[in-house]
Unconditional design. Structure first.
Lengths: 365, 510
């Protein structure tokens, strides 16, 4: 008689050799839905009816005025995300879109002030110069960590994150100090931007001009990644640095130039906040659009076309946050929490997608 | 019961591949059983099933006559099955002892280091190995690491040992030590499965041999009742030529002149201590030697991937020491690095991307800013045909190609004159046939010889002495960062080559 022994359950995590596009899309959507579910649980705990909260959120996308507002919010988010898509393509983990946006705001406000205070720039040149300045400043802000990474292997996650605070406090300093509007009753605000320096000069409504800008940028990013020498180099650097070196790619040049463009686009995103949404510079002008952009770009799998609708979704969430705050008196942080939940579940989904989990039980007779 | 293991009708599918197709296999007590086949023949898959890493789609496993289900390596170890993988699974920052007892419940909560250390030492000594159980794994040579892997299994009383291509990382000396130990284990009654694709090893060590091809067992035979050419035919399904008819072309002019080259390795130790070497046009110079004597550093310095500390490398009179890799590529140096997946193939990129990884930036494929994909795809189609790369499409990811096809892809990229429409002046090929099956090896040899005839100078680094003697016009022996001797194949016998590899100067080094 053979001895029979049972071997306990085995949970086995196996790397999948391949995963389909379908699985990829499925996990992304599941992440969003599970995040909704968990957020709903939270709303229930604080004594709200989650269905009511959801209906407010859904309502944002059903009402034309609120949708237009969502578009506006989507523009800086989308631009920052497009910049990030270039950085992430080369495995440059830029957490600094927020800071690069602040530098974009700072530069464009600087141009306006030169014009308003000193009359140095003719009216018709102001907006173009603002765009140029925002691009260059945002670019430089990202270029620096990129250069440090390429030359000295300094971890970009730390440098870009820290430089966010430098940029944010620099804006605080200027706006509480030398840049404060003398006629502003002491509020920390810059002078209001003149009409011709606002993005509303196109189509009279910021949302339309801004969306056009966003789409154009998406086209440019698509072309860079797909059809240029730089795009090909970014791809190889992102894949494997050793191989890029072997192929004769000038690493520091590619990383620095790629970083510059990524930061520059985020800088223009910053410009759209002051020159599109607010119409002047104030402290903390971005409620974290640069961080939301990270979630957007990961959800879009670095695809510039997908970035546009995904940004609109997140733009809508920001609007919903404001409404929930006003109507149900939920703290605005609730929406940020929801965003963080989506991010968390995307990361988990990423794992589930790559690995197959099986539970088996072995038997020895 | 003399059968330790019996596998019956094993079937295993992977997406798009039938890796094991109704495989039967037996292992007897006290035998060394060679499992022979080209890459992708299904040897490793079969053994991973026996070791519980994969579950078969169907089929039965018997161990010592009992039907078993093995669903994890833990089950396998309980049943006495142990496996040494090609890539060692040891923790470098831990000691040998810690690696051996890792995961063992029997050692208890408080570890009696002294006792275990003594046990391990004794166990090692019984196989003629001298190791210090308290040495750290990072200090060990590849051969010693393998001994630790084996000790790990023996300490767990494994009776069935599976070794996956165990000699691929060893020097000839280390191979001998391993073979002696394995024979001793077999005498003790253990069963050993020895996975390999090298024919000479089959005859050096095994009692029986099973040949696999395309997921099936072609034949199982007593090793003494067969010969190399028969096995080779079973492996590839067609007769193989073991020697290459090589028409010698007269070398003319120098392709590269290396003078007193010195360079440091990654740990900051001088690895090249003054290399002098000349490769002429139309000439293949083989460099042999025990791995780790500066070969890797030499090729990296030539390719511009490593700084030269001293000395010069002249190509057409231009010193390329410490030039950037792209400048060296433009001067007509093709480089086939060791370990393609680490140094020269981006597995997640497509075949086209990998083919044009160097040429994308030059005319006519780029105008300086944009890339002309149309031209690239057209040329890629041509290369795929010329170099016989088998793949479903140009946009297939490189990681789905087999080893032989990857090497063909690298040859296509490096040799086909994508840059400047010329054949390379110098081809630096580092271990280009390592891990390839017979068919792919033959293709690499033929291609290199063809280019040497066309006028390229070829620096061919190999760890296979026979191979180097076969295709080279001259052979240089490298030891401790220097060339210790250079000779024409046939001038020097094997014994002297062995002496040179150990650092003894037998023939002039110029």
């Amino acid at each position: 008689m053979a001895k029979t022994s049972r071997i306990p359950y085995n949970i086995k995590i196996q790397k999948r050799l391949y995963y389909s596009r379908k699985l990829s899309i499925l996990t992304t959507f599941s992440a969003i839905i599970i995040a909704f579910g968990v957020a709903g649980l939270f709303f229930t705990i604080i004594g709200l009816n989650p269905l009511e909260v959801y209906s407010y959120i859904g309502g944002v996308f059903a009402s034309p005025t609120l949708l237009l507002e969502s578009f506006k919010r989507a523009i800086p988010i989308g631009l920052a995300a497009l910049g990030l898509s270039i950085a992430f393509k080369m495995n440059f983990w830029n957490i600094g879109a927020e800071g690069q946006m602040y530098m974009g705001m700072l530069a464009s406000t600087g141009i306006v002030l030169l014009h308003v205070y000193y009359g140095l720039i003719p009216d018709y040149l102001v907006l173009s110069l603002m765009i140029l300045a925002a691009f260059l400043t945002g670019g430089l802000w990202c270029c620096l960590p990129a250069f440090l990474k390429a030359k000295m292997k300094v971890n970009e996650i730390l440098t870009t994150l820290m430089m966010n605070y430098v940029a944010m406090y620099l804006v605080d300093f200027l706006i509480y100090g030398p840049w404060r509007d003398p006629k502003g009753y002491g509020f920390p605000l810059s002078v209001p931007f003149p009409e011709y320096s606002k993005l509303t000069v196109m189509f009279g409504e910021f949302a339309y001009g801004g969306l056009l800008l966003l789409c154009l940028t998406a086209v440019i990013v698509f072309i860079i990644l797909r059809y240029t020498k730089l795009g090909f180099e970014l791809k190889i650097v992102g894949e494997n640095i050793e191989i890029a070196r072997y192929a004769g790619i000038n690493l520091s040049k590619v990383v620095t130039v790629g970083g510059f463009i990524a930061g520059g686009i985020a800088g223009i995103g910053g410009l759209t906040i002051v020159s599109g949404i607010i119409g002047r510079l104030r402290p903390r002008a971005s409620p974290g659009y640069g961080y939301t952009a990270i979630i957007v770009v990961l959800l879009s799998a670095l695809n510039p076309w997908l970035i546009i609708p995904v940004s609109i979704f997140f733009g809508g969430l920001f609007v919903a946050g404001d409404i929930l705050q006003a109507t149900l008196r939920i703290p605005g942080a609730a929406v940020e929490m929801y965003q963080a939940l989506i991010f968390l579940f995307i990361v988990i989904g990423e794992f589930m997608k790559r690995y197959k989990i099986t539970i088996t039980r072995g038997v020895v007779e | 019961m003399t059968e330790l293991v019996s596998l019956k009708g094993i079937v295993k599918h992977f997406p798009g591949v039938l890796a094991n197709d109704n495989v039967d296999f037996t292992l007897r007590r006290g035998e060394i059983h060679a499992l022979l086949g080209e890459n992708g023949a299904g040897k490793t898959t079969l053994m991973n099933i026996l070791y519980g890493l994969y579950r078969p789609d169907s089929g039965e496993i018997y161990i010592e006559g009992r039907r078993v289900e093995i669903s994890s390596p833990r089950d396998a170890i309980k049943l006495g099955v142990g496996m040494v993988h090609q890539n060692f699974k040891l923790i470098p920052s831990h000691t040998i002892l810690e690696n051996i007892i890792l995961g063992l419940k029997e050692v208890g909560f408080i570890i009696n280091y002294k006792k275990i250390s003594e046990e391990i030492r004794k166990l090692a000594e019984s196989y003629g190995w001298r190791i210090n159980p308290n040495a750290y794994v990072w200090q060990l040579t590849a051969g010693e690491k393998q001994q630790v892997e084996l000790l790990k299994l023996l300490y767990r009383d494994a009776r069935i040992l599976i070794l996956d291509e165990p000699t691929s990382v060893l020097t000839p000396q280390e191979c001998r030590i391993l073979f002696q130990a394995l024979k001793r284990m077999a005498r003790e009654g253990k069963g050993i499965i020895f996975i390999t694709h090298k024919l000479d090893e089959v005859f050096a060590i095994s009692d029986r041999v099973t040949v696999m091809r395309k997921g099936r067992v072609v034949i199982t035979k007593e090793t003494s009742k067969t010969d190399m050419s028969e096995l080779a035919q079973y492996m590839v399904g067609r007769p193989v030529l073991f020697s290459i008819q090589k028409e010698r072309t007269q070398p003319s002019g120098e392709a590269i002149i290396i003078k007193n080259l010195k360079a440091f390795n990654d740990k900051g130790v001088l690895a090249l201590k003054g290399v002098d070497l000349v490769v002429k046009k139309n000439e293949i110079v083989g460099v042999i030697g025990v791995t780790g004597n500066g070969q890797q550093e030499l090729v990296e310095v030539i390719a511009g991937l490593r700084k030269a500390a001293e000395g010069s490398i002249l190509i057409d009179g231009i010193n390329i020491a410490n030039s950037s890799p792209d400048r060296i590529i433009e001067l007509g140096v093709a480089y086939i690095p060791p370990e393609p997946l680490k140094y020269s193939i981006a597995p997640n990129l497509t075949i086209v991307d990998n083919l044009f990884m160097k040429a994308y930036r030059y005319k006519p494929y780029s105008n300086g800013i944009l890339i002309n994909w149309k031209k690239i795809y057209k040329k890629a189609d041509e290369l795929i045909k010329n170099f016989q790369i088998i793949s479903p499409s140009l946009s297939t990811k490189a990681k789905s190609l087999s080893g032989g096809n990857l090497q063909r892809l690298i040859l296509a990229r490096e040799l086909s004159g994508l840059i400047g429409d010329k054949i390379p002046k110098l081809i630096v090929a580092a271990y280009p046939t390592k891990g390839l099956d017979i068919g792919a090896t033959e293709f690499v040899h033929k291609t290199l010889i063809e280019y040497s005839r066309k006028g390229s100078g070829i620096l061919f680094i190999s760890e296979d002495i026979e191979e180097a003697l076969m295709i080279s016009d001259r052979v240089a022996v490298m030891h401790d960062g220097r060339i210790v001797g250079i000779f024409k194949p046939g001038e020097v016998d094997m014994e002297k080559i062995g002496l040179m590899m150990a650092g003894v100067q037998v023939v002039p080094a110029i």
